[in-house]
Design a protein around this ligand. Structure first.
Ligand code: C2O
Length: 537
C-alpha cells in the first residue's frame, strides 16, 4: 500500500453557463473538482488550503474513517472549519472498502460546486468480481444555479419559504443541450463498438434525487456506495445525493449516437423540478448522425421505476466479500424523519406566519459553534447533550392527516452508542408535508438495509421479513415517502458521527442528529489523538 498526496486549493473561478456568468468556489479551479484515486489499504493525505473568503471543510463521503474521525470533515461536528488563509491535512487510511465514493465541502451549501469523485481501486493484483472493463468513466451528476447558492438558502431562511431549485442539472459540469444557451455544452462519452465500460456514477447534486439512463443500452449494476452488489441488469437507475453506483455498459448496439439522460425523481404529487440534463454516448468512428431518440426519461413521480432499481439491490455476499450483517441488536432505535412547520413572526407574508422546519423524533438539530468531537475529546461541557430520544415522543401513526404533536424542540442532542454494539435503526418518514424521499446518510459506517416498506412500520410483523442474509450495504439510503427503511450496523468506530438527510435543504432545516460512539472509558483510548493542525473555532 502507498501514501497518496493531494493538494486541494480552494479558489474562486469565473464560470459562464446558461448565458450568465458568476464566480464559483472550486477546488483547483475545477467543476466538478479533481478525482482522487487510491487503492484499498492506501493512506490518503489531502492538504486543503483555503484561499477564499468563506470558511470551508471537506468530507470524504462514505470513507469509514476508522479511528480517524478528525478527518471526517463535517464542520462543527468533527472539526472547526478551515478559516480563510488556513489549511488542514486530512489523513485517512482506506480500510475494507473499494469502489466509487465522492468528496464534498461540508459547510452550508458550498458543496454545490466543491465536490468530486473519490475512487478506491482494489488492492494491487486483486481483480474486480466482474469482467474487467475496457475503460472506466466517472460521471458526476450535479446542479447549476445562476445565483449564488449561499444567497439562495439565506433568502429562504429569512422568508420562511422553500428555496429555489437549480437552473439546470449537469453531467460532469455540462448542462447539456436541453438547457438554455447550452446547445454546444453537452458531455460526450465516446465508446468503441463491442467494448464494455465501467461507469462510476455519482450524484453530487444538493437537492435532487435523479434517474439516470442511456437510450437503448442496459446497465449492469455491480456496486453501490463502494460495496459490491450481486450484478443485475436494468435500464434506469435512481440515485440520491450522496449515493454512488457503478454500472457496466457494453457498446453492443448499432454504432451511432445515443442520448444519456438524468432527470429528477420527486416521488411527490407536485414535482417542483423537472429539468432533464442530457449527454451523448457515441460510438467512435461513426458519422455524426443525430442521436437516436431517447425513450423518454421517467416522469418525476415514477415511483415504480425507482422501486425496480432499489429492490433489486443485494450485497454480493460472496466468500471473498461476505455481508457481515449484525444478527443481534443491542440498540433498537426508531426515528421519525420529516418536515413540519413552526410559527414565524419575522417571515415574509407569503409564508403565512410560519416557516418550514425539519426534525428527527421531533428534535430540530441546532448546529453548535464548536466542534462536537473536540468538545467530547477534551471534555468541554455545554456544547451538546446526550439525550437524543431513541423513539418519537408519541407513537407515530401515519394516517394521511397530520398527527397532533408536530411541535419540535431544538437542541444539539446526541445519541450515545456503546463502542462495538450493534444497532438497528428504523427510519420512518412522517410524510406530513412535502412528501418526498429522504436520502439519509450516516457518517463513519456502512450499514445494511434490512427492510423497507410503505405506511407505518410494524415492530411485530415487519422484522420477520427482514433480509439479514444479503441486504445491500450502503452509506446513504432513501426513506420512502410515507414509508420506512430499516438499517443495521455495528458501532465499531469511535467518534461523533453525523446522520442527516442528504437533500441539503432538509439538512439546513434541521433533519440531522449525531451519534456519539464511545468505549465508556473515555474516547481517547480508541480514537487517534487530534492532529496538531486541527482548525480552531
Ligand atoms: Cu455527504 Cu454529511 O455528507
Amino acid at each position: 500500500c502507498r501514501v497518496r498526496h493531494y493538494r486541494f486549493n480552494v479558489v474562486t473561478k469565473n464560470s459562464t453557463k446558461l448565458c450568465s456568468s458568476k464566480s464559483i468556489l472550486t477546488v483547483n479551479g475545477k467543476f466538478p473538482g479533481p478525482t482522487i484515486y487510491a487503492r484499498e489499504d492506501d493512506t490518503v493525505l489531502v492538504r486543503v488550503v483555503n484561499h477564499v473568503k468563506h470558511n470551508v471543510s471537506v468530507h470524504w463521503h462514505g470513507i469509514r474513517q476508522l479511528r480517524t474521525g478528525w478527518s471526517d470533515g463535517p464542520a462543527y461536528i468533527t472539526q472547526c472549519p478551515i478559516q480563510p488563509g488556513q489549511n488542514f491535512v486530512y489523513n485517512f487510511t482506506i480500510t475494507g472498502q473499494r469502489g466509487t465514493l465522492l468528496w464534498h465541502a461540508h459547510i452550508n451549501w458550498l458543496r454545490s460546486t466543491i465536490h468530486g469523485a473519490l475512487i478506491i481501486l482494489p488492492k494491487l493484483g486483486v481483480p474486480y468480481p466482474f469482467p474487467t472493463p475496457h475503460k472506466e468513466k466517472v460521471i458526476v451528476l450535479g446542479e447549476w444555479w445562476k445565483s449564488d447558492t449561499e444567497a439562495v438558502i439565506n433568502e429562504a431562511l429569512n422568508s420562511g419559504l422553500a428555496p429555489n431549485v437549480s437552473d439546470a442539472h449537469t453531467i460532469n459540469g455540462h448542462p447539456g443541450p436541453l438547457a438554455n444557451c447550452s446547445s454546444q455544452d453537452g458531455f460526450k462519452l465516446p465508446v468503441e463498438s463491442g467494448k464494455t465500460y465501467l461507469l462510476r456514477i455519482i450524484n453530487a447534486a444538493l437537492n435532487e434525487e435523479l434517474f439516470f439512463k442511456i437510450a437503448g443500452h442496459n446497465l449492469t449494476i455491480v456496486e453501490v456506495d463502494a460495496a459490491y452488489v450481486k450484478p443485475f441488469q436494468i435500464d434506469t437507475i435512481v440515485i440520491a445525493p450522496g449515493q454512488t453506483t457503478n454500472a457496466l455498459v457494453t457498446a453492443d448496439k448499432k454504432p451511432g449516437k445515443y442520448l444519456v439522460a438524468a432527470s429528477p425523481f420527486m416521488d411527490s404529487p407536485v414535482a417542483v423540478d423537472n429539468l432533464t440534463v442530457t449527454a451523448t454516448l457515441h460510438y467512435t468512428g461513426t458519422l455524426s448522425n443525430a442521436p437516436t431518440t431517447l425513450t423518454a426519461p421517467p416522469p418525476p413521480n415514477a415511483t415504480q421505476v425507482a422501486n425496480n432499481f432499489i429492490t433489486s439491490l443485494r450485497s454480493l455476499n460472496s466468500k471473498k466479500y461476505p455481508a457481515k450483517v449484525p444478527l443481534t441488536v443491542d440498540h433498537s432505535l426508531f426515528f421519525t424523519v420529516g418536515l413540519g412547520i413552526t410559527p414565524c413572526q419575522t417571515c415574509t407574508a407569503a409564508a403565512n406566519g410560519s416557516r418550514v422546519v425539519a426534525s428527527i423524533n421531533n428534535v430540530t438539530f441546532v448546529m453548535p459553534t464548536f466542534a462536537l468531537l473536540q468538545a467530547h475529546y477534551f471534555n468541554i461541557n455545554g456544547v451538546f447533550t446526550t439525550d437524543f430520544p431513541g423513539n418519537p415522543p408519541q407513537a407515530f401513526n401515519y394516517s394521511g392527516t397530520p398527527p397532533a404533536n408536530l411541535q419540535t424542540t431544538n437542541g444539539t442532542k446526541l445519541y450515545r452508542l456503546a463502542y462495538n454494539s450493534t444497532v438497528q435503526l428504523v427510519l420512518q418518514d412522517t410524510g406530513i408535508i412535502a412528501p418526498e424521499n429522504h436520502p439519509v446518510h450516516l457518517h463513519g459506517f456502512n450499514f445494511f438495509v434490512v427492510g423497507r416498506g410503505i405506511g407505518n412500520y410494524n415492530p411485530k410483523k415487519d422484522p420477520k421479513n427482514f433480509n439479514i442474509v444479503d441486504p445491500v450495504e450502503r452509506n446513504t439510503v432513501g426513506v420512502p415517502s410515507g414509508g420506512w427503511t430499516a438499517i443495521r450496523f455495528q458501532a465499531d468506530n469511535p467518534g461523533v458521527w453525523f446522520l442527516h438527510c442528504h437533500l441539503e435543504v432538509h439538512t439546513t432545516w434541521g433533519l440531522k442528529m449525531a451519534f456519539l460512539v464511545d468505549n465508556g472509558k473515555g474516547i481517547n483510548e480508541s480514537l487517534i489523538p487530534p492532529p496538531n493542525d486541527l482548525p480552531k473555532c
